[in-house]
Design a binder for this molecule. Structure first.
Ligand code: NAD
Length: 315
């Protein structure tokens, strides 16, 4: 049994990761300041091997027990959140990552950085392999997130090369599933909220921009596989099944049996035109590939969203 510290453990991905680690028999310390996460995401956990610590990781923090793995998931992650919290986003990427790497060093723990496909910016290479260095606008509205993650990757490699910390970097592509906040502004929860209310489903631009959506269970499995490996270089994790956003909106309308019409809105600044992971490295080094189809993942997400609506019908 290992002790795993999950920063951002009360968020969407972090809470699913906590569940998975507990299922595998590990102890879990969930560290979160609830900036974009919620206690509701972890309130179902009744396991003595789980503990929650309310901490802001941009400040120095300590944990008074041995730790074997640090999963560093904390960061605002949706464009709405990082537009609202630009300085915080930069601080989490810088001080938060620095503090969490320092903790991993002190505990001699394996460290996993939750990085993002956004390090590739609006890519000129498609699909994106890890060897591609990206095309990021540092001064645009998304720059605070993209550059924070790029800095966090550089910091992680410095701790690996110079400080001897056992690190790895997951470049996470769009992931969806239960517990995404209906108003977090990301495509799947937005389309879902609108379709379930029979309101117009708003697609940015003409909807031809593509994304590749990975179901959360596949992602969590990939994160743990990476943490358990001896790999140090960045690894793309995501579902290579690419689709135009308009198709995703149509699929959600179909699966929810909604009467919503699809309407088009202005494309946000620096919105990437394409996004598709090359997952050959994850497949070769970790033996990992996503297993859940987008359609099946959506069915599960819709089921959970409907249960949520029954509890709080005003969403
Ligand atoms: P989320 O907003 O649901 O979770 C982030 C968590 O971090 C929240 O619980 C939040 O309260 C916590 N947090 C933020 N600042 C903190 C601080 N200073 N101290 C302690 N906790 C803090 O987002 P998510 O979608 O679950 O994303 C998790 C991680 O995965 C992020 O690092 C994100 O960049 C990365 N990621 C996610 C996706 C995706 O599609 N969901 C894609 C790429 C990368």
């Amino acid at each position: 049994m290992a002790t795993c510290l999950v920063t951002g453990g009360a968020g969407f991905l972090g809470s699913h990761l906590c569940d998975h680690l507990l299922e595998r028999g590990h102890r879990v310390i969930c560290v979160d300041n609830l900036e974009t996460g919620s206690l509701e995401n972890i309130s179902h956990i009744r396991d003595g091997a789980f503990r929650f610590a309310m901490l802001d990781i941009t400040e120095h923090y300590e944990i008074d027990e041995p730790v074997d793995f640090v999963y560093h998931m904390a960061s605002p992650a949706s464009p709405i959140d990082y537009a609202r919290l630009p300085l915080h986003t930069l601080k989490v990427g810088a001080y938060g990552t620095h503090n969490s790497l320092g903790l991993a060093k002190a505990k001699r723990a394996r460290f996993l950085l939750a990085s993002t496909s956004e390090v590739y910016g609006d890519p000129q290479v498609h699909p994106q392999p890890e060897s591609y260095w990206g095309n990021v606008n540092p001064i645009g509205p998304r720059g605070v997130y993209d550059e924070a993650k790029r800095y966090a990757e550089a910091l992680t490699m410095a701790y690996f090369r110079q400080q001897g910390v056992d690190t790895c970097i997951a470049r996470i592509f769009n992931t969806f599933g239960p517990r995404m906040r209906p108003h977090d502004g990301r495509a799947v929860p937005t389309f879902l909220r609108q379709a379930l209310a029979d309101k117009p489903v708003t697609v940015f631009g003409d909807g031809t921009q593509t994304r590749s959506f990975c179901y959360v269970d596949d992602m969590v499995r990939g994160l743990v596989r990476l943490a358990d490996s001896g790999v140090h270089e960045p690894v793309n994790l995501g579902n290579p099944d690419e689709m135009p956003l308009l198709e995703m909106a149509q699929l959600i309308v179909e699966l929810t049996e909604s009467r919503s019409e699809i309407v088009f809105e202005a494309l946000p600044i620096d919105d990437p035109k394409v996004r598709q992971p090359d997952v050959s490295r994850a497949s070769d080094l970790l033996g990992w590939r996503p297993e859940m189809s987008c359609r099946e993942g959506l069915r599960k997400t819709i089921e959970s969203a409907i249960k949520g609506l029954e509890r709080t019908p005003t969403l």
